[in-house]
Ligand binder design. Structure first.
Ligand SMILES: Nc1ncnc2c1ncn2[C@@H]1O[C@H](COP(=O)(O)OP(=O)(O)OP(=O)(O)O)[C@@H](O)[C@H]1O
Ligand SMILES: [Mg+2]
Length: 291
């Protein structure tokens, strides 16, 4: 199962999307709310049920003791979003000032999240918040940079509006460079489109030179419930946002699997890739001719 980090150029639906993916996934799922600017799920969807004694901040001290202490602390700071415990949340920071303490915790937390994905079979979604860049690099305390470097996929959440694309355009080149130089490669980067505005997925891909891996509908009522809590709107469980989020989780898993396969077969055989591409092209053009 993949570890996917969601980020934005500017607040456009990362937390809501992360919640929708986590709640709609067909498999067990885990949302780690790692936005250094602070978590919003505790006061939002959870309506203040979870106090400051639970959550991400407490992992910093445990990490200083060692990996075993971190693993125990991690397990004890998870909040169940459903009764069966299939959907788990690591609630985020209650104060942005706590972010500095986490700077050295991110790499060890990345290890824990990969174990949750690979060995415990969870879809892991990380809310990485809004990107902060400094001199072309991810900011060391205002972004959870190691959680981007180590993710199977990094999805930049964008809306199909001119404003959203204008801001996204500027963060993509440095993000790609960062993933190439310090992460698992520029191809880890994809887009998750919220269908607000006039630009369709293929236009967004073309405009930003980055593939749209999945799309979610613009659905203010259900999004508002996921953001602010309260009573779920009518038809919430069957709502388009959750249905598409289920499909999106599948598309994310498929994209991560494709990427893994490509990494197992790196372009060490460009000739072979060329031959296969030509064969595929022949099939597309009407099949291979025999005799
Ligand atoms: N698919 C959607 N359809 C309609 N509105 C949405 C959708 N997703 C998010 N929103 C709305 O957009 C606003 C911002 O959402 P959210 O808090 O998830 O963004 P964010 O990127 O996490 O912001 P921040 O960087 O401030 O944490 C909220 O009002 C939310 O309800
Ligand atoms: Mg958020």
């Amino acid at each position: 199962m993949p570890v996917t980090t969601l980020v934005s150029a500017k607040s456009c639906g990362v937390t809501t999307t992360a919640l929708a993916l986590t709640l709609a996934s067909k498999r067990s799922s885990l949302l780690a709310e790692c936005d250094p600017a602070g978590g919003t799920i505790r006061a939002g969807l959870l309506g203040g049920q979870v106090n400051a004694g639970v959550g991400l901040y407490h992992l910093a001290r445990a990490e200083r003791t060692g990996p075993e202490a971190l693993a125990h602390a991690f397990a004890s700071h998870l909040w169940h979003l459903d009764q069966a415990g299939h959907r788990k949340l690591l609630p985020g920071l209650t104060d942005p000032a706590q972010a500095a303490a986490l700077a050295r915790t991110w790499p060890a937390l990345a290890d824990v999240l990969h174990v949750m994905a690979q060995q415990a079979g969870h879809d892991v979604v990380i809310d990485g918040g809004r990107l902060a860049l400094e001199a072309g690099h991810l900011h060391p305390t205002l972004t959870p940079a190691p959680l981007l470097y180590r993710a199977d996929l990094v999805l930049l959440v964008v809306r199909g509006t001119e404003q959203s694309l204008a801001l996204a355009r500027h963060v993509i080149p440095p993000l790609r460079t960062e993933l190439t130089e310090r992460g698992s490669g520029a191809d880890a980067l994809g887009l998750l489109l919220i269908e607000d505005g006039t630009f369709r997925a293929h236009q967004v891909s073309a405009a930003l030179g980055t593939p749209v891996i999945a799309a979610l509908p613009y659905a203010p009522d259900v999004a508002h419930y996921l953001t602010a809590g309260g009573h779920p709107p009518r038809g919430y469980g069957r709502s388009p946002l959750l249905r598409y989020a289920r499909t999106a989780a599948e598309q994310i898993e498929a994209a991560a699997a494709r990427r893994q396969l490509q990494q197992q077969y790196p372009p060490a055989a460009p000739q072979l890739a060329g031959i296969l591409q030509r064969l595929n092209q022949q099939h597309a053009d009407g099949g291979v001719k025999h005799g």
